[in-house]
Design a protein around this ligand. Structure first.
Ligand code: AMP
Length: 210
């Protein structure tokens, strides 16, 4: 199964990707996580990406296309994968087509903007392993501590209120056109994001038939 998860920042792509990859035993590929790891390690790519990410802008297509080409060529992606947060522009989607990567389904997780703002304000991520939590919807067992690795939970810099609004604007302008792009190709599945993670997962599996 080769899947793409579309949706606004905070729609729940990362959370659903974690569940799907366990159920289908395929890796989740998140360009956001790859870029954050590069920033943490202060690689050249990480340093270049930082200003874009911190301001809520998209990282240039050529950087993303290079990342995704390298990642999808690795052995663990040969039996399928879930793309979380990529493609985010029509140019990235076209680049995937040019790489002859046949996508089975594209799931658009739809969540209204006002809900997105509430969700992103409560999001916490593990500074060590990148696992995602929410103060209300998906709290960690111990305050500010990752259930998975014991790392410290932090607010992502790009989840600060003014940056959230910019990311939503960028989403509507540059990423939402992909909904029609994949609808025209007969690959689109729409799932309405629910308040409870498990409810969205159930709808998603029903629609994918897995
Ligand atoms: P995410 O964790 O997916 O919300 O990504 C965090 C940030 O990384 C985004 O706001 C962008 O600045 C950057 N980013 C991640 N994936 C992409 C992509 N496919 N295209 C452009 N920028 C991206």
């Amino acid at each position: 199964m080769r899947l793409i998860l579309l949706g606004a920042p905070g729609a729940g792509k990362g959370t659903q990707a974690e569940v799907i990859c366990e159920r289908l035993s395929i890796p989740a590929v998140s360009t956001g996580n790859i870029l954050r790891e590069a920033m943490k390690n202060e690689t050249e790519m990480g340093r270049k990406a930082k200003a874009f990410i911190d301001s809520g802008a998209l990282v240039p297509d050529d950087v993303i296309i290079r990342i995704i080409k390298e990642r999808l060529a690795q052995d663990d992606c040969q039996n399928g994968f879930i793309l979380d947060g990529v493609p985010r522009t029509v140019a990235q989607a076209e680049a995937l087509e040019q790489m002859d990567i046949d996508i089975d389904k594209v799931v658009d997780i739809e969540v209204p903007d006002d809900t997105i703002v509430k969700r992103l304000s409560g999001r916490r991520v593990c500074a060590s392993c990148g696992a995602s939590y929410h103060t209300i919807y998906k709290p960690s067992a111990q305050p500010d501590t990752c259930d998975r690795c014991g790392g410290r939970l932090i607010v992502r810099k790009d989840d600060e209120p003014s940056t959230i609004l910019e990311r939503l604007r960028v989403y509507h302008e540059q990423t939402e056109p992909l909904v029609d792009f994949y609808r025209q190709r007969g690959k689109l599945v729409v799932v309405e994001g629910q308040e409870q993670v498990a409810d969205t997962t159930r709808l998603l599996f029903e629609k994918l038939g897995v």
